[in-house]
Design a protein. Structure first.
Lengths: 199, 199, 199, 199
DNA sequence: GAGTAATCGAGACGGTACGTCAAGTCTTATA
DNA sequence: TATAAGACTTGACGTACCGTCTCGATTACTC
């Protein structure tokens, strides 16, 4: 449909990949603050115009690079209990977050989303909301089974999970891992269950 | 002690206040992305050097402006129960977050903290950690009373609270208010109560 | 040869001429002391970078402007006598020096050559030495004919001529003209030869 | 008259000398282009205001420093012939010009006189014209004795002498010395003598 | 002595211009 | 039509000095 044989030279896949690779390299080397379109072009041996033609901003290049390199979209487990599903979801999420390059990139993208409103909209729609929807499937199933904590909306459960993760990423910069996963499961998924068992 | 009568002209309080006011105005008008040191200098009728002399970056000016204008440090209630203390803390926190100017500024500062590591350190020490310590007092008292949810560290409770608030601010941009406060109280502070009743 | 079809946009001749014209205008209006790169850029509707890309300093811009506007390189007469050749050379030189704009610019360039050693080298090589060589042709012919004053090297004759002109320009700021030409001819070219022949 | 016992603290001679010494040092070390009032103040341990109170510009400080350090005003010989007087005058002048520091400073002052018209006026009156007057005494005596070259005004003789010296200083930067003195004497002072003998 | 007045070192102030960097656009020759 | 190259205008950066303006301290003359 879209790339139906049009006249003219075709988009160079080689240039595209060189741009994405150069972008990740540069962020890893000197941080997002030092990332420039000129730097990407120079590193990847590409003209600046080629970058501007295909991406609206350098943050979009970075988002694209992240999506192309790391498969960001974690599987949605269906083990039958919220406890197991949430634990599995958090484990595969943490696996990503433990990679320093991915964590640094996510920090930069969330930051840029605050400063550049147009990119912010795209980041929310293309990335954040998709992650919410994935967790939403798990939480919805839990709600139907009556496994959610009393007095807390499904949406807020999602906010609590992602909020805690992002806060660790952005604010405390402490590593996330099994320990935090267990705590979140204890807080959000063991509530009704454990009390029920006790009785 | 430190500024014990040194020779030379004294710092102009008038200029300092003009700079802080201009900074807030400019952020309110066009957003942090459009905030420049030159703009602040022009708006406040001050030389650029005067800004660079006293603040290491424009983000520091903005942080100072926020601290000077809005009293950011909310009171720490001591009502005897975690439920009441947390509710009170969240209410006064939300009061701040509801002001669009404050919310926008916090977003920008958290963003800049990711992009500029040196400012990030200052932001964490001068702002984020102070807020954590305030909530920490409340949480510590709750822990001593056995009011914390089982299986969750005191530090993680703090992460959950601030994480959820910041996530709403940065990612979903939904307004925070009484509703969210009630949900967080239900999740974090009503737990022990019910188990206590069981025993 | 050198600019044989390279890729990329070509240097804009329009910008180049606008820069040179603006430079001369600004010097004429407010003097070299008030000439700034920013001023040139603003007046000529050009980015500062375009100036810095092609000239190492504002004095070089001015030298280029002078060379482009006024044809500085006077003809070398060959009338058969030193007397006639020197007189002709001086006359055409004075024609230039009588233009206030040219005189002011030369003053500024000679001044800048003292203050900025790197420009000084370029000014000497690109301008002063070329003028010396022109007069050198005339003086050499005179020397071969035995028309030079006794006890004075060819190089010193050149120094005396240009020295007197520059001294008038820089120090006394008196107008130069026919009168001075006649005196220099009397001093340097009428010496032994003509007086001997006449008698 | 002017320093008639007024109330108040007296001008500090110590500061004055420290300023002049620092100025010469700085020019010697890094050239006039790097000379700044702030640098002089820092080097001499003096407040900037103290400099601005007593000198209108940094060039005036430098001129004062030169006058204070080196006695610039050469003696006016009276040997009975233009040849001897001019030779003596040139010899003592060259003695000054051979000192690199003096030569560099003179170059800078002549340059600044072109760029800053107000200093130019002072430089001409306080320095250049005094030198002219000294040589003028010698030339006037020569004119009365009929020793000047035919067809050349007394003023032009002075222009030729100083012009050649300044041109060597500013343009060719060749050392001046006995050789040039002899040539100028040959050109300007031996003329009338030889023709007189012929007759 | 007790003013009174000018100077001093220090250093902050409003400005101007510097020379650099990168943004995003435009132009050229080539594929 | 896309591409690499590279020149273009624009705008902000952070720095250097300018010349002026407080300051508290010092020093001298006047009453």
């Amino acid at each position: 449909m879209t790339d139906q044989s049009r006249p003219g030279r075709k988009r160079s896949e080689q240039s595209r990949l060189a741009i994405l690779a150069a972008t990740l390299d540069l962020v890893a080397e000197a941080g997002y603050g030092a990332l420039t379109v000129e730097g990407i072009a120079a590193r990847s041996g590409v003209g600046k115009q080629t970058i501007y033609r295909w991406w609206p901003s350098k943050a979009d290049v970075l988002l694209d690079a992240l999506a192309t390199k790391a498969d960001l979209y974690v599987p949605i487990p269906d083990e039958g209990t919220f406890r197991a599903d949430l634990g599995g979801f958090l484990d595969s999420t943490f696996e990503l977050g433990e990679k320093a390059q991915v964590a640094d990139t996510l920090r930069a993208l969330m930051a840029q989303a605050q400063i550049d409103p147009e990119f912010g909209k795209r980041f929310r729609e293309d990335f954040l909301n998709r992650r919410r929807e994935a967790l939403g499937v798990i939480v919805d199933r839990a709600r139907e089974r009556g496994e959610l904590p009393a007095g807390v909306n499904a949406g807020t459960v999602i906010d609590v999970v992602f909020g805690t993760l992002w806060y660790r990423l952005l604010a405390t910069r402490e590593p996330v891992g099994r320990g935090l996963a267990d705590e979140l499961v204890a807080l959000l998924a063991d509530h009704g269950a454990s009390t029920a068992e006790i009785r």
